[in-house]
Design a protein. Sequence first.
Length: 106
Amino acid sequence: MQRDVEKLERSLGGIKNMKGLPDAIFVIDTGYQKGTLVEAEKLGIPVIAVVDTNNSPDGVKYVIPGNDDSAKAIRLYCRGIADAVLEGKNQALQETVAAAQETAAE
């Protein structure tokens, strides 16, 4: 029983500390992460996923066709997604600052 509790804590421990639901979920192996896809669908969270030819794109809103078995490919996908997230956050921050400056000028 204790082993099961520890396993759940390892896999879900980070979720309990979240203040809200994520805006999206990025998944590498949709075959392995079927439970994640089901939960995301129940919660209305869009999924961005790398989908290999041996898996179904069902439950994935934004499909990235590609190899989910190669470490180099996975690193490339993760780096691309991380860069896109950082770029989006930076753009949102710049827009907020510009709006605040515009409001202050009025």
